[in-house]
Design a protein around this ligand. Structure first.
Ligand SMILES: Cc1cc2nc3c(=O)[nH]c(=O)nc-3n(C[C@H](O)[C@H](O)[C@H](O)COP(=O)(O)OP(=O)(O)OC[C@H]3O[C@@H](n4cnc5c(N)ncnc54)[C@H](O)[C@@H]3O)c2cc1C
Length: 439
């Protein structure tokens, strides 16, 4: 199985290579792979193909990418196109991975204002699913986009900016690859900055009682909750001028422990509670300092499947508490903790954060375990609290559910029908969530 394409002379492979996503839960055997090296080649590929799905780093859990047509990878459309010192804006090729954005932007004195849990994704991928980090005043990464270039079904390239064409821009910035292929993105960045990270284990109830304080006092704040022990790993990030640590430790030891505990609790579910309690006793506080792009991301060496819902932020604490209790009482949880973050609102039509600040609650299951019983137990809790699902993470919301959750979905679908009346960019999953199963 491949997660990236082999490249032919004109950027297109003739042999069909299978594809799978990061967790291995989604697979596809496309008729063709295309890896264009220029925007013109990308436009030509799109124009000639019958069915196109674009892949970034394959880090989505939902079946957004699978197609029997052509998978287009932007692995050869990467790097910094342009930057402006005064405004801290930079234009990147959409195939650029976040782990390359850090050093590329740092070299020109810029940084992304915020990043998520990992840096493996592509710029096009994080935009298209409204990927986010944590921090009450920090919106998802797509909210920092100011302009983008979109290759549409006919091969025409649209240059769409927030200032010139607000409607199209708000439709295209978070668009699941359903309006076309984004080739370049201009982002509003900030001057490079350094972060101090502190991680410590605290009783969940103590943290929940003072949630507003944690949220206000730190630039970025998140929780990893072990429901069986009701202990939470708290991660805070704050700007600092302190010296950078000479060695920013990798996650090898933590990964080893997580893998071991996941295997043990998979074989013997009764061990989940004692192991989570033991972990709470042995995890000691840690502190590290580094450039923002080195501190934000973690290494996730142990694979899992994930469901994440974004609830209105004032419902966050209660939703988290109930999600923890249900995951324990249903007897479905494995060793993985539940993640809790804050995300500021934005105005993109399909952003789950459209219209106001949200608290994000994510449930994980070890990739060798069936995730469905746990997710089925927790999903109603998050839906009842007004949650909207992350587009890249597993959920069971139907078209009708999504219409009720996303007030601009109807507008988005009208733009989609205008840009791609033949459904070139649709696959069975998109047809289903867009309510287009009969077309
Ligand atoms: C270990 C792990 C940790 C994660 N952590 C976070 C996190 O902290 N926060 C968060 O919000 N999410 C997180 N995610 C989810 C992930 O960020 C999103 O699913 C993201 O979309 C993945 O980016 P990608 O480059 O892999 O895109 P893919 O998964 O390959 O594609 C995602 C979607 O974007 C579309 N797309 C990709 N490139 C383009 C383009 N150039 N033009 C148009 N459409 C395009 C695809 O067609 C598809 O619909 C995590 C996932 C994993 C596996």
């Amino acid at each position: 199985m491949l997660t990236t394409a082999q490249t032919g002379s004109n950027g297109t492979t003739s042999a069909a290579s299978p594809w799978k996503n990061w967790s291995g839960s989604q697979t596809a055997t496309p008729a063709r792979w295309a890896t264009p090296a220029t925007e013109a080649e990308l436009a030509d590929t799109v124009q000639k193909a019958d069915q196109v799905r674009v892949v970034g780093a394959g880090h989505s859990f939902t079946p957004l990418v699978p197609t029997t047509g052509c998978i287009v990878s932007l692995d050869r459309l990467t790097g910094l196109v342009d930057h402006h010192r005064d405004t801290h804006r930079a234009t990147l090729w959409a195939g650029t991975r976040l782990f390359d954005c850090g050093p590329l932007l740092h070299a020109v004195g810029q940084a992304l204002p915020n990043m998520g849990d990992i840096d493996r994704q592509s710029v096009g991928g994080v935009l298209s699913t409204a990927t986010h980090g944590t921090g009450a005043t920090f919106p998802c990464i797509a909210a920092g986009a100011v302009e983008l270039r979109l290759v549409t079904a006919t091969g025409k390239v649209l240059s769409v900016s927030a200032e010139r064409d607000s409607e199209m821009f708000h439709a295209a910035a978070v668009s699941l690859g359903a309006l076309g292929v984004i080739s370049q993105v201009s982002l509003q960045n900030v001057p490079s900055f350094r972060l101090r990270e502190r991680v410590e284990m605290l009783p969940l109830d103590t943290v929940l009682a003072d949630l507003d304080h944690w949220k206000r006092e730190h630039r970025n704040f998140e929780l990893w909750v072990f429901p069986h022990s009701r202990q939470a790993l708290i991660k805070t990030l704050d700007i600092t001028d302190d010296a950078v640590d000479s060695q920013i430790k990798g996650a090898d030891a933590a990964d080893g422990l997580l893998r071991l505990c996941s295997e043990l609790t998979r074989a013997l579910p009764g061990l989940t509670a004692p192991l989570q309690k033991l972990a709470a006793r042995f995890i000691k506080p840690t502190l590290r300092v580094g450039e923002s792009w080195r501190i934000f991301p973690s290494e996730r060496g142990v694979r899992f499947n994930e469901m994440e819902y974004h609830v209105p932020d004032d419902a966050g604490a209660e939703a988290l508490d109930e999600a923890c209790r249900v995951s324990v009482s249903s007897g479905t949880a494995g060793f993985f903790p539940i993640e809790f973050r804050f995300v500021a609102g934005d105005t993109h039509w399909l952003s789950p954060f459209e219209g106001g600040n949200r608290a994000s609650i994510a449930v994980h299951q070890y990739y060798k375990q069936d995730y469905r019983p746990l997710f089925a137990a927790v999903e109603p809790v998050l839906r009842r609290r007004g949650g909207r699902p992350h587009w890249g993470k597993l959920h069971t919301a139907t078209h009708r559910d999504l219409l009720a959750m996303y007030p601009n979905l109807g507008r988005f679908l009208r733009v989609r029908a205008q840009l791609d009346p033949g459904g070139k960019f649709l696959n069975p999953y998109l047809r289903s969530i867009f309510g287009l199963t009969d077309t």
